[in-house]
Design a protein around this ligand. Structure first.
Ligand SMILES: Nc1ncnc2c1ncn2[C@@H]1O[C@H](COP(=O)(O)OP(=O)(O)O)[C@@H](O)[C@H]1O
Ligand SMILES: [Mg+2]
Length: 1109
């Protein structure tokens, strides 16, 4: 919403006229009356065009509040009643918006309110310019530099309780946005004579009083000061206290400001040390002392103060003492030392104090500049604020060099005012060919020339005198002035050649008078030369340089012996002239804004308007001429190009581009806008606008038009922005919707899932709890049963135990009683027989007796001698257990031996054979167990007995081992035929059973193997060696009841004869060689129809089956 702007004007509710240009009739009286009327109504500001006249109200008015700042912010100059803020705003805005460097020139007499005005300007600019932490810090530092400089550079004077005793020009630097970046302060000539001497009713610089009133005891002690003004010679006593000024609280303000500006603690400390040293210097006093050579010499009266100063500043006391007593003059090669008399010593002391203080002040300015200087190197815009000491006239010819310099400066400022406003304005009209009525005004260039002319100027004279060899005094200087300036209109002197003033008794001989633009000032010539020379003896500057105090050392660089410069330093006058020239040059490059301060009375009092005093100021300030020039001329002018550029949007022909000369464009523009002709004139290169109101009208139109244009741009931009935003939103909406749906579905799914899980978990939980309850119940029941049973068993057991215990106790008791009784009886009976080891003997004896009994009984109970008898008497005594077992073993071994010993050799042989048989067949052949009980008889057939076998017996001459009838199995059909089987030492023989005819004879060496079944049959095959004679008919397949015996004997005989083990194969299936064929003999489980006899059957030419029942 656009703010409803209430159009106001300077003309609203006006008291008198706010702008003197509007004054009718225009003369001195009406001018003063207007000012007075406004002053009486608390209107202290009045305009002359763009110049602000400010009358010091000498009381605080409620017109500087933040609300007022807001009111004047961004308003046109003539829109509101005159105010210093309007000027500040105008200057700031044209700096910010039109990129023009500005300067604000504040002039007026001492006490007219210049310093206050400069502070108001700065605070207004600080309030309206950019904000932000960094900017605020810069602002704060810029503003806080004021209290510091005021404390050190201001003093109470008769005209002003807070009079600036130095000139100050401050450049505030801004960036392109109008935010402050920093600043630079230039200071001009501090009135340092005040340090050592103050006129009546005046004070030294504020800082001295502030320290003594405001510093803590501790701090004062550190500075070796006492809280007593009267202790210090340099402090004028009569007006040490100023009404309404609280030095103590100001001291705190200053320290705080120093901190904000960026002074380090040690720096602040050093500064106050220097201040203290200056104050104490004033207390050093000298007394004369005559020396032998007749020369006067001075001596320090009381060295205590000197000592303290030296301690404070780290100067060697003897060095300083010497510097106060001697002066060394160095010519090219020579060094001449002269003693100082008392006056010279005082002069040296004061010079040192003044120099120390003024250099400290310059150092402070430099130090502040260091803190507030702009950091960045971007292009800057500058607003300069000049607050220079005002025009000053003392009564009674008390004006000295300082006033001369101050007034010269003001003269120059008036000059620049004239140049920039009056003269420049009129000259411009002529240049531009504008019709114009000339206005008379006083140009003070002639006075400036009187003072600053390089050859004949007063300052040049003074310098010449100072540099001249020979005796130079203030009087010789005055003489010279009298010669050179005698004819100058504005110079007056009693002694001048032109004797215009010879009889002017109001002009003393030692004075000269200058008619300044602001009035006549009489200067006392005394001290001019000295002050201009500003001499400090080299001994002193060297002493200072030697100080063990970094600040003091830095203040006196010329004291460094390595940098001795024999050239004289520039004089104070020429220095000041140069710096004023620089300042003027600087101001000329900027757009000037004037504040002309007027003092309403000499009493520093509110509500008093002294017409004569104001009239005087108006006159010399040339304000009336200012109004006249203003009225005759044009309020505003501007070159055609920027004017067209600025307003071209107000007219269709010139917008957006004007092709053609700028002047023609402006003509078209003004014509189009219908501005009355008398309101403007066309100059050669500029348009002149008579009335500010016309300009404001133009500005308003422009503003309106700009707003329209802005609206148009905004409209199109907004349309475009809305459309892109809409498209983007549409696209985004689709994306968001898809995501949102997905998300919602996910959520739903998760919710269902989690609900299912919850329901499930509840059911499971419920089931589990149910089960748990049942189980717990069951468990409890079981436990209860167990517990009951346990209790019941326990009770029973305890009862039983109790009973048993009782019984046992009783038994035990009985036994014990019995034992005791028996013991008693035995002891009674055997007491007479017992010796000490009778017990043991009885024991051994009993043991022997028992053993004896055992063995005797054992003898009776001995079992039979049969090794297989397993009987053994029971063990009678436990302790003989191992003996009993051992006895059993020994007995058995012995019994076996006895048994073996009965055998004959024959029997042994039989047993050997039996053993052999056991090894060969046990567990292999089912027939074996039956053979164990049968004795091996060998010769079953008694061949020698039977005559049938006589022939056979003869044929066999060897011993017959086996003679038995066997069945020979026919190879062809399996039928058995009886044969006699004979085994001799070397052969196996088969013979006919009927007649004993030998059928076959096989040497044992040709028998390779015997095969048989594992079963309970008597079949066996005798395998013959292949290729042997016997083998032609094939192997024998035989059957015998004594198979085991026969096989064993065959084996044994073969072993003993051929030393080879006969191979005995036990298998239910083996091969037998019949003539050429190999026939398999297979044993099968047969039926029992033939009784217990196995049957043999030839199944085919390869298989012979034996059925074993
Ligand atoms: N605008 C003002 N409002 C109130 N008092 C003012 C104003 N201007 C000046 N004064 C008073 O006048 C005194 C002198 O003003 P100052 O600015 O120091 O004078 P100058 O710098 O011109 O010598 C101030 O100390 C203050 O008391
Ligand atoms: Mg001042």
């Amino acid at each position: 919403m656009a703010k409803m702007e209430v159009k106001t004007s300077l003309l609203d509710d006006m008291i008198g006229v706010g702008d003197m240009v509007l004054l009718e009739p225009l003369n001195e009286d009406s001018f003063i009356n207007n000012l007075k009327k406004r002053f009486d109504h608390n209107e202290v500001y009045t305009y002359i065009g763009s110049v602000v006249i400010s009358i010091n109200p000498y009381r605080s008015l409620p017109i500087y509040t933040p609300e007022k700042v807001e009111e004047y912010r961004n308003r046109n100059f003539y829109e509101l009643s005159p105010h210093i803020f309007a000027l500040s705003d105008e200057a700031y805005r044209s700096l910010r918006d039109q990129d023009k460097d500005q300067c604000i020139l504040i002039t007026g007499e001492s006490g007219a309110g210049k310093t206050e005005a400069s502070k108001l300007v700065m605070s207004y600019v600080a309030a309206v310019c950019g904000k932000g932490a960094e900017v605020n810090q810069v602002k704060e530092q810029l503003l806080q530099s004021n209290p510091v400089l005021e404390a050190f550079g201001n003093a109470k004077t008769v005209r002003n309780d807070n009079s600036s005793r130095f000139g100050k020009y401050m450049d505030i630097e801004f960036d392109f946005k109008g935010d402050p970046l920093g600043g630079v302060i230039s200071n001009y000539l501090l009135e340092k004579s005040r340090v050592v001497k103050q006129p009546r009713g005046e004070r030294n610089f504020h800082i001295f009083y502030q320290i003594l009133s405001g510093a803590s005891e501790e701090f004062l002690c550190k500075l070796k000061l006492e809280r007593d003004f009267s202790r210090y010679n340099y402090l004028g006593l009569d007006s040490a206290k100023v009404n309404g000024v609280d030095d103590a609280s100001n001291f705190r303000t200053v320290r705080n400001a120093m901190q904000i500006v960026g002074f380090m603690d040690h720096e602040t400390q050093s500064v106050f040390e220097v201040v203290a040293a200056v104050l104490k210097l004033g207390n050093i006093e000298f007394k004369p002392e005559s020396r032998a050579n007749g020369l006067d010499e001075s001596k320090i009266k009381d060295k205590n103060e000197l000592k303290e100063i030296c301690e404070l500043t780290g100067i060697d006391q003897s060095v300083l003492e010497r510097a106060f007593s001697f002066r060394t003059v160095e010519a090219k090669q020579e060094k001449v030392s002269t003693t100082l008399n008392v006056a010279q010593a005082y002069y040296a002391r004061d010079a040192l104090a003044k120099n120390l203080y003024s250099r400290l002040f310059s150092w402070l300015v430099t130090r502040i500049n260091e803190s507030i200087k702009a950091q960045t190197k971007v292009r800057k815009k500058v607003m300069g604020v000049l607050d220079i000491y005002g025009f000053e006239i003392f009564e009674n010819a008390d004006n000295s060099f300082e006033q001369f310099i101050i007034n010269y400066c003001n003269e120059k400022l008036q000059q620049i005012f004239i140049e920039l406003t009056l003269k420049e304005e009129q000259e411009e009209y002529i240049r531009e060919g504008i019709e114009w009525t000339n206005i008379e005004y006083f140009n003070n260039a002639i006075i400036c020339d009187l003072i600053e002319n390089n050859q004949t100027g007063i300052l040049a004279m003074l310098d010449e005198e100072c540099l001249r060899p020979g005796t130079v005094t203030d009087d010789t200087f005055l003489e010279k002035l009298n010669q050179v300036c005698a004819t100058h209109q504005h110079f007056e002197s009693r002694m001048s050649k032109c004797s215009r003033f010879l009889n002017d008794t109001s002009l003393p001989h030692s004075c000269f008078r200058i008619q300044h633009y602001a009035g006549k000032v009489m200067y006392q010539v005394e001290g001019f030369v000295d002050k201009n020379n500003d001499l400090l003896y080299r001994d002193l500057s060297q002493a200072m340089w030697k100080a063990n105090h970094s600040l003091i050392k830095a203040l006196f660089p010329e004291g460094n012996p390595a940098k001795i410069n024999l050239k004289r330093p520039p004089t104070a006058g020429s220095q000041f002239k140069a710096s004023v020239a620089t300042l003027m040059k600087n101001l000329q490059t900027k757009n000037p804004n004037y504040i002309r301060c007027i003092k309403p009375n000499d009493k520093k009092a509110a509500h008093i308007f002294n017409d004569a005093l104001v009239c005087h100021q108006i006159r010399y300030l040339g304000l009336l001429e200012n109004v006249r020039v203003r009225r005759a001329g044009y309020a505003f002018r501007q070159a055609y190009e920027p004017c067209l550029e600025r307003y071209k949007m107000l007219c269709k022909q010139t917008w957006p581009h004007w092709r053609g000369p700028a002047r023609a464009g402006v003509e078209v523009l003004f014509d189009e806008l219908g501005i009355p002709e008398e309101e403007f004139s066309f100059g050669r290169s500029k348009i002149f606008i008579r009335n500010p109101r016309t300009l404001f009208k133009l500005e308003d139109l422009r503003k309106q038009r700009l707003e329209d244009l802005a609206t148009l741009i905004e409209k199109i931009y907004r349309g475009w922005k809305c459309r892109t935003r809409f498209l983007l939103m549409k696209k985004s909406q689709v994306v968001i919707a898809s995501w949102a749906r997905r998300y919602a579905q996910q959520k739903r799914y998760q919710k269902i899932k989690s609900s299912a899980i919850i329901v499930q978990s509840y059911i499971r939980g419920w089931k589990a709890r149910k089960l748990l309850r049942e189980l717990k119940h069951l468990k409890r029941c079981n436990e209860a049963v167990t517990i009951i049973a346990a209790y019941w068993h326990g009770t029973q057991a305890r009862r039983e135990l109790k009973r048993l215990k009782e019984e046992a106790r009783r038994k035990h008791a009985v036994a014990v009683i019995w034992a005791y009784w028996l013991g008693l009886k035995v002891r009674r009976e055997y007491r007479k027989f017992f010796r000490a080891n009778a017990g043991r003997k009885i024991y051994e004896f009993t043991l022997q007796r028992l053993m004896q009994k055992y063995f005797l009984e054992m003898k009776k109970k001995m079992p039979s001698l049969s090794p297989i008898d397993k009987n053994w008497p029971a063990r009678p005594y436990l302790f003989l257990d191992s003996t009993h077992k051992e006895l059993k073993r020994i007995f058995h071994l012995w019994r076996c031996k006895k048994y073996r010993d009965q055998f004959t050799d024959q029997q042994k042989l039989i047993y050997e054979e039996k053993l052999e048989a056991s090894e060969l067949f046990k567990d292999k052949k089912a027939l074996y167990p039956a053979s164990v009980g049968q004795p091996f008889q060998g010769a079953y057939l008694e061949i020698s007995e039977n005559p049938k076998y006589k022939k056979l017996k003869d044929a066999v001459d060897e011993k017959i081992i086996i003679a038995e009838v066997v069945n020979k199995i026919n190879r062809a059909n399996g039928k058995a035929t009886s044969r006699i089987f004979l085994l001799t030492k070397n052969n196996v023989l088969l013979a006919d059973q009927k007649n004993g005819t030998i059928k076959s004879e096989v040497p044992l060496g040709d028998v390779t193997k015997v095969s048989m079944s594992s079963q309970n049959d008597g079949f066996f095959a005798v395998h013959l060696k292949e290729g042997s004679e016997a083998a032609t008919k094939g192997d024998f397949l035989l059957s015998s009841d004594h198979l085991i015996e026969m096989a064993t004997k065959l084996y044994r005989t073969t072993l003993s004869q051929t030393k080879q083990k006969l191979n005995i194969e036990i298998s239910d299936e083996f091969l037998v060689q019949f003539k050429q064929d190999k026939v398999c003999v297979k044993f099968i489980q047969g039926s029992q129809k033939n009784g217990n006899i196995p049957t043999c059957k030839r199944k085919n030419n390869r298989l012979l089956e034996v059925a074993v029942p």
